[in-house]
Design a protein around this ligand. Sequence first.
Ligand SMILES: [Zn+2]
Length: 62
Amino acid sequence: MTERRSGKFAHRYTNSGRIESICLTCFVTLCRCFTTEEMICREAEHVCDPEALLVSAQLEQA
Ligand SMILES: [Zn+2]
């Protein structure tokens, strides 16, 4: 197993009944999925975007 983070995603249900998954590290919306299986799959595939991380780091300093 390679390095992976877990438990770093926020989930919320949209009005259209989809599950929205947001990475709490880089604040990217991964998906708006219909099923938890699909969501878990997207989360497993997700790699944080270094540029997005840079932006969020700059925002924290501001
Ligand atoms: Zn991320």
